[in-house]
Design a protein around this ligand. Structure first.
Ligand code: ADP
Length: 497
């Protein structure tokens, strides 16, 4: 595919100004930053570098839109979310190509991101219709506990799966009747800015506002803005802490989805080694490993260790590394040189720490894409206390731990600061149940990694954050309870009864 021809046919805007009050502004006084294809270095578009002034304008627009949006019926909100899902679906291939160029991941994977986004908008369009208030009789009357939208939500998302992240944030917030100011990541703004073009056609002005820019500028201004009543963030623990402090300063609720170092545990009684190998690779290499939910630690039982490792290495070497736009590519490039250097630094640290490199470990050159950081699927044999088994690498690097004793293994699997995801492979229901009970993670996937069927809660414990997304309960994160009690006639104050 001739990529330069395709860029000019994509209908990209040359400059994406902030999207405020239903329209794109020309740009921002601070200027713009370039959106670069991380595989080729090619310039795709320019994006506004928003600062405090644009964020302030966006929050004002969102506040102005809030009363009317809050007053819309759930049927209306549901219908608009469905319209947005349909618009994405019609635009699926174009959005997929734009995102693939912007983030460097394999096109087939990125298409999956947009399909997930569609399912999120449809799911919350449905969920809000049955998200009912509750109440019951009380002496001489009754109460109703109404779930009301909170107000303007400030939402900040990372670069790894931008379409999924935008949908995870927007769908529940809008369904619940909030208005939004969303900041995409500076490494991957384009698909969110393109989503804004669809939003402009569907939602009333000001209901969704998008302020692209850097974290320390647009992001910091958004978290500090007194007009924002709720913060939701997905990204690193380091920035999650900053956001949490900002929320504490203003006493607004914060939900956080942060890093992970998922344990994928293989028990000796598995029946289909190849299927588990596939899961282990998808768990660690999907998204080029740039995923918080990655199963980046594999706990392999001693009795099958050698055979399994052989199959795993053969399969890892077979994963096609190539141009992100090729449909057959499984491993594309990392999002930036910075990320590439970081991952190579971890690989180096693993070698220096004495981890055994089984496969991969290097940067690969892909013809026509020499600019990109294509990192080979890399498998290390490690001890759980090593740095590469403890820290989130966000690259295609799998750390394998051999285990014999169940208690020690569970302790080690839980022995990180994170608690986002874990996988368990076994033929025994009793084994699966016990491990699921004892693993400290927000998601335990038994016999299929990353089983995120629509509506399955997703969120972390420990330093992986708090608040479940992707499920009905997410609506609780975007509402507060107003309890209204009724008495048939004016009664004496309760303390006088
Ligand atoms: P990653 O490690 O995945 O790059 P980060 O946590 O650095 O994730 O960034 C995730 C998001 O947080 C991005 O949109 C980024 O711009 C934003 N961000 C970074 N620093 C800040 C900050 N100080 N305040 C608010 N947002 C920030």
């Amino acid at each position: 595919m001739n990529i330069s021809v395709s860029i000019s046919n994509l209908g990209l805007m040359p400059i994406y100004g902030p999207f405020i009050g239903g329209t794109f502004r020309d740009s921002a006084p601070n200027g713009t930053f370039p959106a670069i294809d991380p595989a080729t270095g090619e310039h795709l578009a320019d994006v506004a570098r928003c600062g405090a002034a644009e964020v302030d304008e966006a929050v004002r627009a969102a506040r102005a839109a809030f009363p009317a949006w809050k007053a819309t019926s759930v049927e209306v909100r549901s219908a608009l979310l469905l319209k947005l899902a349909d618009a994405i679906e019609r635009d699926l291939e174009r959005l997929t190509i734009i995102d693939t160029l912007d983030v460097g991941r394999a096109r087939s994977e990125v298409r999956g991101d947009h399909l997930k986004a569609i399912s999120q908008f449809r799911y919350f369009a449905g969920a809000i219709l049955t998200y009912e208030d509750y109440g019951r009789p009380i002496p001489n009357g009754y109460f109703v506990a109404r779930r009301e939208p909170i107000g303007v939500c400030g939402q900040i998302i990372p670069w790894n799966v931008p379409a999924i992240m935008a949908a995870f944030k927007l769908a529940p917030a809008l369904a619940a009747g909030n208005t939004v100011v969303l900041k995409p990541d500076e490494n991957a703004s384009l698909s969110t800015m393109e989503l804004a073009r669809h939003i402009a056609e569907i939602f009333p002005p000001g209901v969704v506002n998008i302020v692209p820019g850097y974290g320390h500028e647009a992001g910091a201004a958004l978290t500090a803005h007194p007009g924002v009543s709720k913060l939701s963030f997905t990204g690193s623990g380091e920035i999650g802490r900053i956001i949490s402090h900002a929320g504490a300063d203003r006493l607004v609720p914060v939900s956080l989805e942060l890093g992970g170092k998922g344990a994928n545990i293989v028990f000796p009684d598995i029946e289909d080694v190849d299927a588990v190998v596939d899961n282990a690779l998808v768990a660690s290499m999907y998204c080029n490993g740039q995923s918080c939910l990655a199963g980046s630690r594999l706990f392999l039982h001693d009795s099958l260790y050698d055979d399994f490792m052989h199959c795993l290495s053969v399969a890892a070497k077979r994963l096609t590394i190539g141009a992100p736009m090729n449909e057959t590519t499984r491993i594309g490039c990392l999002v930036s040189e910075k990320q590439g250097q970081r991952v190579l630094g971890y690989i180096d640290a693993g070698k220096k720490e004495g981890a055994g490199l089984v496969v991969g470990g290097g940067r690969k050159s892909v013809a026509g894409h020499e600019f990109g950081y294509f990192i080979e699927p890399t498998v290390f044999e490690v001890r759980n206390e090593m740095r590469i088994a403890q820290e989130e690498i966000f690259g295609p690097v799998l750390s394998v731990v051999r285990w014999k004793d169940y208690e020690t293994m569970i302790q080690e699997a839980n022995g990180t600061v994170y608690g986002l995801s874990a996988g368990v492979y076994t033929s025994s229901i009793a084994t699966a149940m016990d491990a699921a009970n004892r693993l400290e993670a927000g998601s335990i996937w038994i016999n299929q990694f990353s089983n995120l069927a629509t509506g399955v809660p997703f969120g972390g414990v420990k330093e992986s954050g708090h608040g479940s997304e992707h499920c009905r309960e997410t609506l609780n994160l975007y509402t507060h309870v107003k309890a209204v009690t009724f008495q048939g006639r004016v009664a004496a104050p309760w303390y006088a009864v």
